[in-house]
Design a binder for this molecule. Structure first.
Ligand code: HEM
Length: 491
């Protein structure tokens, strides 16, 4: 009896001590910090002054002496300091992987795809993809896709809208999202919009990326429990991911059956080197995610800024008339695109102010100190913030908020800025693989539209509200009216 009482006593004491210890750990890690920034974050008082979280962060980063802030309650260091950005993306790259918290969020959709992995799995895919995307043959493949999409889809669509008696208001962002989805599907999978039920794929893909982004806003325990019990949004996410994967598997199976033959798309190019079909599918889905909303977001920002700055629009038109003539209808060649320095500058300038990826985070492997002296504890999230960086006077000068493509031109030619001052395509060892391709796509679309149409955003100076998500998306879309350009009509 005495022994039993002793065991009960020991058990009770141990459990109580264990609970007290856990509670103290919990409080240490989660007790809200009462610094001004954390208090404003928790109580959301920042919303009284700012519409977007990115604008509030920009304000804080501008005020910070080092260009770095720490949101303690999120264990998140945010930086707009180019030295720090270079350090995390290049100098000490190995210490700043994407990390498990990020890959868990996108893992169900992207699996082991390049966008979502670190280490040797990433390295292998990176080498393969760099080789393919750097090849000369991929360029003509891209231009062929764009020529077809622009001539047979985009121009007829804009023409029908422009020719309507009553002005039609269209959502530019939505049009660009559809266009870039079609283009990236063709580029990655070789999918012809007529060959498969694309709209189901598009809807499923949309829903999957949106719900994955929502995971990022929730506590990981919450979505993991919902996923375990297959409840609510996690249930929807699971079924939309299944649709995306099923479609991709179908294409891979058919292609294996028929042989890649003369197909130029990424899938066929990767097939020769990768025999694991699940891995193939994951890579291709990563490309869909990386190349779709980013391009649409960049084009949306670009047309907004052109509506606000008609002088820039005129200069783009003048340059294109000079380089490719005023009546040419086909998509310009690579050589011609390369000569359009002002257009190239205008696109870079618009992404400086409206970067498609407004911020991007890594998770620290080991304790570290950033070049500006900020101590980073192991496991902390470190975020570089292209949106804030594009709006910093100390980086771009006192006219940092003005849209001035000229700042990218020296002696009549485009001059690239450091990727760490302008990390719109990231930079360093994991720099975006689709940079060149995206610029060709954006230039081709921009030219075809500005040369034929007047695209006027309905409320160009209104305050933009961004939806939460992986890529910058304007809440409610960007509404515009389209008319044929008078001089084009007369040709
Ligand atoms: C304006 C358009 C684009 C912008 C601003 C952009 C930006 C970025 C950024 C910031 C990253 C780093 C993301 C991260 O590591 O968390 C990235 C990675 C990547 N991008 Fe892009 N991107 C664009 C278009 C494209 C296109 C069209 C493609 C595909 C053809 C593409 C393919 C990729 C890939 C594969 C990666 C992963 C690279 C790696 O992890 O090694 N991107 N991009």
């Amino acid at each position: 009896m005495e022994l039993q009482a002793l065991i009960y006593f020991l058990f009770f004491t141990f459990t109580t001590l264990f609970l007290l210890f856990s509670l103290s750990l919990f409080i240490r890690h989660n007790y809200p910090c009462n610094c001004n920034i954390c208090t404003s974050f928790i109580t959301r008082t920042w919303t009284t002054e700012f519409v977007n979280l990115s604008d509030w962060y920009t304000h804080l980063l501008r005020k910070s002496r080092t260009g770095t802030i720490h949101i303690h309650v999120l264990n998140n260091i945010i930086t707009a300091n180019p030295d720090n950005v270079e350090y995390m993306l290049k100098t000490n790259f190995d210490n700043y992987p994407k990390g498990k918290p990020f890959s868990a969020i996108l893992g169900d959709l992207l699996g082991r795809g390049i966008f979502n992995v670190d280490g040797s799995c990433w390295n292998f895919q990176r080498k393969l993809a760099s080789l393919e995307l750097g090849s000369v043959s991929i360029r003509s493949h891209v231009l062929n896709i764009l020529e077809v999409e622009i001539q047979s889809v985009l121009i007829p669509f804009f023409t029908s809208v422009a020719d309507n008696e009553e002005p039609v208001i269209l959502d530019l962002q939505d049009v660009f999202r559809r266009f870039s989805f079609d283009s990236i599907c063709k580029f990655s999978f070789g999918l012809d919009p007529g060959s498969l039920n694309l709209s189901e794929l598009e809807l499923a893909f949309d829903l999957s990326s949106k719900l994955c982004a929502e995971r990022g806003m929730a506590t990981s325990l919450v979505w993991k429990i919902k996923r375990f019990f297959n409840m609510g949004s996690e249930r929807t996410l699971k079924s939309s991911i299944n649709i995306v994967k099923r479609k991709a598997d179908e294409v891979i199976k058919n292609r294996r059956g028929s042989g890649s033959g003369s197909s130029q798309d990424l899938l066929s190019r990767f097939m020769g080197s990768i025999s694991d079909d699940d891995m193939l599918r994951d890579i291709v889905i990563s490309f869909l995610l990386a190349g779709r909303d980013t391009v649409a977001s960049a084009l949306t920002g670009f047309f907004l800024l052109l509506s606000q700055n008609p002088k820039v629009l005129n200069k783009i038109r003048e340059e294109s008339d000079r380089v490719i003539g005023s009546t040419r209808e086909t998509v310009p060649s690579f050589e011609e695109l390369k000569q359009l320095h002002y257009l190239h500058a205008a696109l870079h300038e618009s992404m400086r102010l409206y970067p498609p990826v407004q911020f991007d985070s890594k998770f620290t492997k080991q304790d570290d100190v950033l070049p500006d002296g900020t101590f980073v504890k192991r496991g902390s999230r470190v975020t570089y913030h292209p949106y804030a960086m594009g709006r910093m006077e100390r980086i771009w000068g006192s006219d940092s908020l003005e849209f001035k493509p000229e700042r990218w031109i020296r002696d009549g030619e485009f001059k690239q800025e450091s990727a760490y001052k302008y990390p719109v395509y990231q930079g360093g060892i994991r720099v975006c693989l689709g940079k060149e391709l995206s610029l060709v796509e954006m230039k081709s679309v921009a030219l075809c539209l500005v040369r034929r149409f007047d695209v006027r955003v309905v409320n160009p100076n209104g305050q933009l509200r961004f939806a939460l998500g992986l890529t910058a998306t304007v809440s409610g879309g960007l509404h515009a009216v389209v008319r044929q350009r008078e001089c084009v009509k007369d040709v």
